[in-house]
Design a protein around this ligand. Structure first.
Ligand code: GAP
Length: 444
């Protein structure tokens, strides 16, 4: 698996998916930049999520809240007091570990440090708050401290009333948002799996308290179905229920959707969390802000604080999942073919257009095809190098269809469409290309 992560890290840099942040200065730990292909892929993931969660549902609306919020939000939410991880240091090699990530008891004198092997060198665990602090305004003192949000969810809770009233929503309804979150992780790593700056896709569904189990079950399955709809291998997806010691301070029940990422002693890791947050957050914001968050149910004439079912997906982890899920190596006639088998809906480039040779009017026809398709799809024109090399380049960025203008095109106005996964080729009339591509992308 280490191998696959190394291969992916190198492919991602070579082909413009992901670069280390501040690369020319040697990088900065646990931050990554998305290049042209990575940006398109990420945008496609976000578009699919937004469309599934809001556009196709009348009961969920979108929001885009600020990253910087009043520090009172984080006092109320419990993040200032509770959002901590236990940290231990090896006194010998100075490596820092999350105590709950270790497979052994760090206070046991027979325990070796996983890095340097020395026995019983760990410090006592101390709790470490994961929030990044900064200052707002010109004064750098305790009164100007603000935090970079560690989850996007709180921006939704504090806007519950604003959104409910302005959108005229009745319960049950949800609010969805995508945005950056920041955590000063003790042990970031595994490429983009655990980073200090990342993006979340979160939805908070406000419900009658008695209906919490029904909606919890619904969202759990709905979210799993989303990953399946993106072509993620069902054998590498599973649910993991949180035991009492794992539950976050705000949750009554939680399931993770896990993917078999493959690294670590246990290859399964969290991809998304589905949480029953009860009325914890609204109750705390009501208490701390003094502003009523209760809902008046016109049908039952009851007044109550809604419960919240949260679906919280990591955008970067979803992207890593699509990379691992899609990575293929095939031996063809003694040479290695590497390709990314993305679902066509997610592929950064839907089709590449090639003139077979740079003469006989082929480039002119190919450029015309490019101009006609560009308003409708993310496409790419490539006339450089042998056709084999051009296919190989597209395979590595996961382009599902390659369109070639060849000698026959001049005679009958047809082109070939080469399918990435099967290597089959079909001929298609130039006039039908747009329709055929749409069919191939939608129908897969
Ligand atoms: N609002 C609830 C919440 O934030 P979480 O389980 O801590 O719950 C939700 O995080 C998702 O955010 C995770 O399943 C993961 O996909 C993503 N995530 C969390 N921490 C991350 C990190 N350091 N790097 C990348 N993604 C992260």
């Amino acid at each position: 698996m280490k191998n696959i992560m190394d291969k992916l890290t190198s492919l991602c840099k070579r082909r413009g998916f992901i670069f280390p942040s501040s690369d020319i200065y040697g990088g900065i730990n646990a931050c990554w930049d998305y290049g042209p292909m990575g940006t398109l892929l990420k945008n496609n993931i976000k578009a699919q999520w937004l469309s599934t969660m809001t556009r196709l549902r009348a009961d969920v609306v979108p929001l885009d809240a600020a990253i910087l919020m009043s520090p009172k939000v984080w006092e109320a939410s419990g993040h200032i007091s509770e959002f901590t991880d236990p940290l231990v240091d090896c006194r010998e090699c100075k490596t820092r570990f999350r105590a709950d990530d270790l497979d052994f008891d760090p206070s046991d004198p027979k325990t070796p440090c996983p890095k340097c092997g020395k026995l019983g060198t760990f410090t006592e665990p101390r709790m470490f708050n994961l929030m990044f602090k900064t200052f707002m305004g010109p004064l750098e003192d305790a009164t100007s401290v603000v935090y970079l949000r560690p989850e996007t969810a709180q921006g939704i809770y504090v806007n519950f009333e604003n959104v409910r009233i302005s959108s005229r929503k009745k319960l049950p309804f949800g609010i969805a948002q995508i945005g950056k979150a920041f955590r000063n992780e003790i042990t970031p790593g595994n490429f983009i799996f655990r980073t200090r700056e990342f993006e979340q896709m979160e939805m908070q569904f406000f419900i009658r308290p008695e209906e919490d189990q029904k909606w919890f079950d619904f969202w759990k399955q709905d979210r799993m179905n989303w990953y399946l709809s993106l072509g993620i291998d069902p054998k590498r997806l599973r649910f993991h229920e949180h035991g009492p010691n794992e539950l976050a301070h705000y949750a009554k029940a939680a399931f993770d959707i896990e993917y078999e990422f493959g690294f670590g002693s246990d290859p399964w890791h969290e991809l998304e969390g589905i949480h029953n947050r009860t009325d914890f957050d609204l109750k705390r914001h009501q208490e701390c802000s003094g502003k009523k968050q209760e809902y008046f149910d016109e049908e039952t004439r009851e007044r109550y604080l809604p419960y919240i079912i949260e679906t919280s997906a990591g955008c970067d982890r979803t992207l890593l999942t699509t990379l691992i899920n899609g990575y293929r190596e095939e031996e063809i006639k003694g040479s290695l073919r590497v390709f990314l088998g993305f679902h066509p809906k997610l592929a950064p480039i839907k089709a590449a257009i090639f003139p077979l040779v740079k003469k006989d009017g082929m480039p002119e026809i190919a450029e015309k095809i490019e101009a006609n398709l560009r308003p409708h799809f993310d496409i790419l024109y490539d006339a450089g190098g042998s056709i084999g090399r051009r296919y190989a380049r597209q395979d590595e960025i996961g382009t599902p269809f390659c369109i070639t203008v060849d000698g026959q095109t001049i005679e009958d106005q047809t082109v070939t469409i080469r399918h990435r996964d099967t290597l089959e080729q079909e001929r298609c009339g130039i006039d039908f290309l747009r329709q055929r591509l749409a069919e191939l992308i939608e129908g897969s």
